[in-house]
Design a protein around this ligand. Sequence first.
Ligand code: ATP
Length: 363
Amino acid sequence: MTELTLDTVTKRFDDVTAVNEIDLAVEDGEFLVLVGPSGCGKSTTLRMLAGLESVTDGRILVGDDDVTHAEPKDRNVAMVFQNYALYPHMSAKRNMTFGMKSAGEYTDDEIEDRVAEAAAILDIEDLLERKPKALSGGERQRVAIGRALVRDPDYLLMDEPLSNLDAKLRIQMRAELAQLHEELETTTVYVTHDQTEAMTLGDRVAVMNDGQIQQIAEPQRLYDYPTNRFVAEFIGSPAMNTLELSLEGTGSGARVSGQNVALVLEDDAKLDGYDDGTVVLGVRPEDLVPCPNGEARDTDLTATVVTTESLGSSTIVHATVAGQPLVIEAPARAEYQPGDRVDVTCDEDRLHLFDPDGGDSIY
Ligand code: ATP
């Protein structure tokens, strides 16, 4: 059953179109991540799902029920905010129960049981009497999540819940969130601008830009088959390289050339219409493999090293090809000096080609 549907939903603030006719179906029990750069409309989408923001056009459905104009309290939805939004003068437990008590729908025993259950899941049983200022960032975030869980919501909405935590804690909480979702299977929509968080948490990831969903897919599919240049460059770190190249005819294999760039593509059918034109070549840094000296083939790229960074597990080589930047993820302890020439090879099936104007994937 489809749990949550956005049907051509638009949100306008005066002359700003924050969300532009988006369609989205979140499956029952799914963890769906909305990811995109600042201002792309992620939070507005989430707030419309919560009922905190009105919908300009389109419909929001839970199952078959149209909730487009329903009040937040009538949606059985729980939201976790970036800043936790805990009441400072209340204990952790009171923060968790406050909403339930004021709703008046639960007996005291039910509330006690639910708090005990959520506290056990989140491992915060010993913290329940503390006020937020006596809790660490990670503990506060657990309490905020606990407050969302005690209500046993139909769906859980999370708006950048980890972004106020330091890097180490963020990684730990990320793993905890994944585990929590595995246990509870609550339908979740999670907003982040962090593509690593999106890739590691999402059953599916929706990449947004300019108020529109660019692509929705399982993380690995998004990574391997980005539908356009925006998705290709947004997902992955270091980012996919993109090089503007001129095509020199097609036929037995397209020869993509530009100064010292020469690549032969086996299947040039999709390049029809681009003959002797320009295309954008996309290749991920880890798919570029330095060739041993003297073993370069005519399908390889020859780059000039600008600088290197050692990450311990690999070496990031910043280079140029035909005057354009190229990042290569080379093995650990690879030693290059500025000005060195490095031949790199790449499996043809790891290459991407994009339309130079719209950025759509063409290969
Ligand atoms: P961030 O990651 O920075 O939070 P976002 O992707 O969540 O960004 P939104 O907060 O949804 O983006 O904002 C989308 C667009 O709508 C932005 O251009 C923003 O300035 C605009 N916007 C959001 N809220 C309002 C508002 N209340 N009034 C006017 N414009 C708004």
